[in-house]
Design a protein around this ligand. Sequence first.
Ligand SMILES: [Zn+2]
Ligand SMILES: [Zn+2]
Length: 327
Amino acid sequence: MPPFEKSDVLTTDIKEHVSMDEPTKAGPWKHEYIVQNIVFFLYCYIAGVYGVYQCFTTAKWWSVVYMFVVFVTGTLGIIAGAHRLWSHKAYKAKKPLEIFLMLCHCLAYQRTLVTWVRDHRLHHKYSDTDADPHNSSRGFFFSHIGWLLVKNHPEVEKRKGLVDMSDVYANPVLMYQKRNAKWLLPLISFGVPVGIHYILGESFSVCWHLNILRYMLDSNLTFLTNSLAHSWGHRPYDKTMVACQNFPLLLATMGDGFHNFHHAFPWDYRGAELGNNCINHVTKFIDFCAYKGWAYDLKVASEGVIRNRMKRTGDGTDLWGKKLVEF
Ligand SMILES: [Zn+2]
Ligand SMILES: [Zn+2]
């Protein structure tokens, strides 16, 4: 099991009938630290920085290219797979594509898909409250990585059974990953990329540290969507939400940074409004899969629906943050 896997009990009993008070925003809470996660991430950040040093000194040029390709492959598992396909059901995928995306997700080493999807659905259901696993009301650090260094808030534990996970538990690909996570995730995330890199002729030290660097890039891309995308930016679609968007975030997250749009239309497979797709490589990937017939039933919010929402609840900016003159 990945060191940062938290409690992950399968919850088939959906307690929809249970009435609960609104979760607190950021009530008093005594953290319980998870020491192995703190040590793990501390090591990864240090080793990742050493990987940056090696990129400019001992690493061969093609090793940096190789690391970048592995990094982008990992983003497909997170954004196209865990996020848009399984958390939001924004499109459907045929079995071979599901298996490919599940393996890409293993590469990113972000706990099991079962846990990822459950936490993400909680995030959308209870955004920026104590029932949101990476509650941004607790500050940038907590929503970025701090939430992985401590045990879940009691509100998260209390409400995770309210999330409908029946589709996830009925999916053999996701359940296979969960059953075999102990060996599958370390093998795909560390064993395979380091092994191939080494066979291609790079030194073991460079292979190892560049892969840790790649892992930290994949991780921080996701972390930024939980922290930066819930702290600073404009809100063209719904000004009542904390979720926001800004251009640097779009670049940093490889196209998944239009977060105000995403929280307004979480089921849209593009994760961003039309016009952004030039820098939204995951949307391009899903489009390609749809063209080949591997992905289908792609859900899209129509331009009329988007414009109406902007008019009704937006902050008066356009998708690039410029003031809207007219609708
Ligand atoms: Zn969010
Ligand atoms: Zn989402």
